[in-house]
Design a protein around this ligand. Structure first.
Ligand code: UD1
Length: 326
């Protein structure tokens, strides 16, 4: 019996793989290795499959049979908002069609336990913050649309094929659970700021004139290890009721401003570089914070790690990467 992790060689997926391995679970990773790195999941079988290809569903059926898969966690996806605006076709193909192949293979083989990586991007610009799962989804870019479409597919597949599925809406994920598993891609505040500091450049604050306590944008930053643990709770909670699909926010319920994040980062990095302020990035909401109560009540999961832990661990992972790459 094993757990299939698509996108398991990626930043978030590799954390879940390692946590599961530490708990003695068997895992099998399916990844096209376009963004992932097989070295992150040493010890786990990695099967290279392009989930958007014609043969994906059959290839997955074979993996499920060979490894006696009983649960699936689907991470494999693209996640860059700007890129999704420029290339919506690629996002619908890789985030929705690929999910359809995985869901189809689950239906073909009778695998009912399914956890899907969704995103707070489904909320778009929430009317109120903290935002709860009852807020109407209203994505403002193709990336968010593909995640919402993915949730709809999970809901419909649960009904049609008797899955017991959970979609987890991630807020702003950062940090590293292990030094070798940091996020190498400078695509969000923490990783962009680290990347700049490592080049001797000051981090950038995109707007300090928001209606927030210090004028900078507020987000709900969640430690990747807390997020990984939320998946363990989700995996434990699926399988008993066929035809069910549940959706949960995965955040801390605490908002942190860009300035706070950069202050914490400077404590770790000691770069002496003062952040510089640039104009707002178009489309950025002032504040997006999760209401995390539903998952606490129903699955018994809460985030426990601090912003300090998160930012310091991200910095340590970047040091580790700099040493190993050289
Ligand atoms: C990102 C995604 C969003 C997703 C969310 C949670 C983008 C554009 N959006 O949101 O779809 O739902 O994660 O997964 O990728 N900032 C700076 N300086 C920088 C970079 C960012 O000040 O160099 C600020 C932004 O203005 C924002 C905050 O930092 O206030 C966080 O930005 P970012 O890490 O890009 O994530 P979000 O835009 O919140």
């Amino acid at each position: 019996m094993s757990i299939l992790i698509t996108g398991g060689a990626g930043y978030i997926g590799a954390h879940i793989v390692r946590l599961l391995q530490e708990r003695g679970e068997r895992v099998v990773v399916v990844d096209d290795l376009s963004g992932g790195d097989a070295r992150r999941v040493a010890g786990a079988p990695v099967v290279r499959v392009d989930l958007a290809s014609d043969g994906a569903r059959a290839a997955l059926r074979a993996v499920i049979a060979e490894h006696r898969v009983t649960s699936i966690v689907h991470f494999a996806a693209r996640k860059q908002v700007g890129e999704s605006v420029a290339h919506p076709e690629a996002y619908f193909r890789d985030n929705v069609s690929s999910l359809a192949a995985v869901v189809g293979a689950a239906a073909d083989t009778g695998v009912a336990r399914f956890v899907f990586s969704s995103s707070a991007a489904v909320y778009g610009t929430p009317a109120a913050s903290p935002v709860s799962e009852t807020a109407p989804p209203s994505p403002i870019n193709p990336y968010g649309e593909t995640k919402l479409a993915g949730e709809w597919l999970m809901r419909d597949a649960a009904t049609a094929y008797g899955l017991d599925a959970i979609s987890l809406r991630y807020f702003n994920v950062a940090g590293a659970g292990w030094d070798d598993l940091g996020d190498p891609a400078p695509l969000n505040l923490v990783t962009i700021a680290i990347d700049r500091i490592r080049q001797g450049l000051a981090p950038v604050i995109l707007g300090d004139d928001y209606d927030t306590p210090d004028g900078t944008g507020v987000r709900d930053y969640i430690h990747v290890l807390d997020l990984a643990e939320a998946h363990l709770h989700a995996l434990a909670a699926v399988g008993e009721e066929r035809g069910r699909h549940r959706v949960y926010n995965v955040g801390t319920g605490r908002g942190s401003s860009v300035r706070e994040v950069l202050d914490r980062l400077e404590e770790a990095a000691r770069s002496g570089l003062e952040p510089i302020v640039e104009p707002r990035r178009p489309g950025d909401p002032p504040a997006v914070v999760a209401d995390p109560e539903l998952i606490a009540e129903e699955l018994g999961w809460r985030a426990t790690r601090s912003l300090d832990d998160m930012v310091a661990s991200a910095w340590r992972a970047s040091e580790h990467r700099a040493q190993t790459v050289r």
